[in-house]
Write a new protein. Sequence first.
Length: 264
Amino acid sequence: QRCHKSRKNFLLSYLMLILLILIGVATFTMATSYIRQDEINTPQRVPAISLLKPARNEPVSVDIAAAPPASAAPQKPAPVAPSIQVTPDDSRVIRAASLKKATDSGRYTINLSGGRARTIYVFSDPLCPHCREIEPTLEALTRDYNVVIFPVTLVGKQSTTDAVTPVLCAAPQKRAQLWQSLFKADGVLSLFPAETNSPAQVSCTDGEHALAINDRAFDYYQLPGTPQLIADDGRDIPFSALTSDDALARFMNAPIKEPGNDHR
């Protein structure tokens, strides 16, 4: 009977041990599941980013070309300067001012007369046949107008340069006489160095430069030929206005209303 009780007690103890083990396993499983679920539901902390300075104080390079635009607002195109168009009337005024400035400089012209109210500018080549023909008319115009010669080499080229350069090298008050001495009574240019006091015997760099500038001005103004007479208001004077003193006076005093008054 004692053996039977001992066996019974052993079985009970064994069952209790197994039961305790099962309870322990179940408890551990439930606890582990709870911890895992709690970890899933808990938000993870994000490492803080320093906004003050980069790590180790290293310089930061910025690629401007690759950087996105700061604003999505559409960019306005840069303003474009309006094109400035020079009208024929503006060109006339500019030409008149340029011719007066060149005359006042005393380097490019031969003033046949002065002290008059109005001025007539003449682009002339002494080797040009028509320039020789109009020379007496220009002499007559000196009574009522300032006649200013801009010599050019359109016809005579180097021969004109050799003859006119010494004239432009002389003092302004002596140029008119030297210019007139280039012409004989029959209107033929005198280019013989053997003649006494011939201006062709003299040459200078300033005169050559002045003559070259006059040639450039002649081309810039797109003048049709020589002789070319221009009024002090910039208008081209037609040869029809030279038929009489009254015709020239009417042209010079005519009001400028349209660019067509240029008679070009």
